[in-house]
Design a binder for this molecule. Structure first.
Ligand SMILES: Cc1cc2nc3c(=O)[nH]c(=O)nc-3n(C[C@H](O)[C@H](O)[C@H](O)COP(=O)(O)OP(=O)(O)OC[C@H]3O[C@@H](n4cnc5c(N)ncnc54)[C@H](O)[C@@H]3O)c2cc1C
Ligand code: FES
Length: 273
């Protein structure tokens, strides 16, 4: 499951849009091309308005795909102008979408147990990954953390795959009370050093830092999907540079989140913030 270099610019009609959690929307686009080419962890860059404002496209993970039926979905929370415009979309509206973009999750051949961990909206790329892993016969465990019950989404997508996510909420309104790293740590202690286990995570920077530390502590290799501010989405503007942990020669080496990522090995890049 690594990235394909091909990408398309498509005018994608909206098939359906649903508010699946408080301020969180799931939008299904019709696009045989993007649905056929996407891999888990990749993203699309969406022009949210036909006018000048906002000028830049907005990046979103590919959340779920059905290549046979020719659709893909994105999941987002309204945080600003672009995401608010998208929330007004109605079936039949059309958006210009570039995708699929970036390097997605790579599943090592040795993987027998896959731990998928989403912090908040970081759950977005995981249903697609879970579906592919389950279809390949990999044992999948899902861990989802959120502030509160109303912030949880996509649980039924995991349920339809026969998966029951381990949930933690910071206010204890559902699942364990606190951070999802607590139940995850219990499991990692059991798996410590297992050569066939792998962590796949996505979420805010602080959460990804915690995942990186857990991966190291319990000797379970991991990959993290990061978010940066992006403009072009395909390596031209250099707006998404992130410092790499390993330097090359004497100079500091940067990676571009849009083409080298957004998924990186957990020891590959420095996480700020
Ligand atoms: C590869 C990638 C995949 C993403 N996938 C998803 C997803 O599946 N679901 C989802 O809800 N969001 C996702 N994001 C974040 C999403 O792109 C931003 O929330 C969106 O661009 C905000 O647009 P806006 O116009 O509503 O907000 P703006 O008005 O532009 O900004 C509002 C707030 O959001 C912050 N913000 C803006 N752009 C980004 C960004 N690229 N990353 C982080 N914070 C940002 C700003 O700093 C500001 O605080 C992803 C980002 C990247 C880089
Ligand atoms: S967003 Fe332009 S180079 Fe990455």
């Amino acid at each position: 499951m690594s990235a394909l270099p091909s990408r398309a610019v498509c005018d994608c009609p909206v098939d359906a849009i649903t508010e699946v959690a408080d301020g969180t929307h799931l939008l299904r686009f019709r696009s045989p091309v993007i649905s056929n080419q996407s891999l888990p962890g990749q993203f699309v860059n969406i022009k949210v308005s036909g006018g000048q404002h906002p000028l830049l496209r907005r990046p979103f993970s590919v959340c779920r795909v059905n290549a046979r039926e020719g659709w893909f979905e994105v999941l987002w929370k309204v945080v600003g102008q672009g995401t608010a415009i998208m929330a007004q979309a109605r079936p039949g509206d059309t958006f210009s979408v570039i995708g699929p973009l970036g390097r997605g999750y790579t599943v090592p051949e040795s993987t027998r147990t896959a731990l998928l961990v989403g912090g908040g909206l970081g759950v977005a790329p995981l249903p697609f990954l879970a579906e592919n892993l389950a279809a390949a016969g990999t044992s999948v465990e899902v861990y989802v953390g959120a502030r509160s019950k109303g912030d949880l989404s996509m649980l039924e997508a995991f349920g339809s795959l026969g998966l029951e996510p381990v949930i933690a909420t910071e206010d204890g309104s559902v699942g364990a009370c606190g951070f999802v790293t607590a139940p995850l740590t219990t499991r990692l202690k059991e798996l410590q050093g297992a050569p066939d286990a792998h962590l796949f995570s996505c979420g805010p920077t602080g959460f990804l830092k915690a995942m990186t530390a857990l991966s190291k502590q319990y000797e379970i290799p991991g990959q993290i999907a990061i978010e940066t501010v992006m403009a072009c989405g395909f390596g031209i503007c250099v707006g998404c540079a992130v410092p790499a942990k390993r330097q090359v020669g004497t100079g500091r080496r940067y990676k571009l989140a849009c083409i080298d990522g957004p998924v990186f090995d957990s020891d590959e890049v420095e996480l700020d913030g």
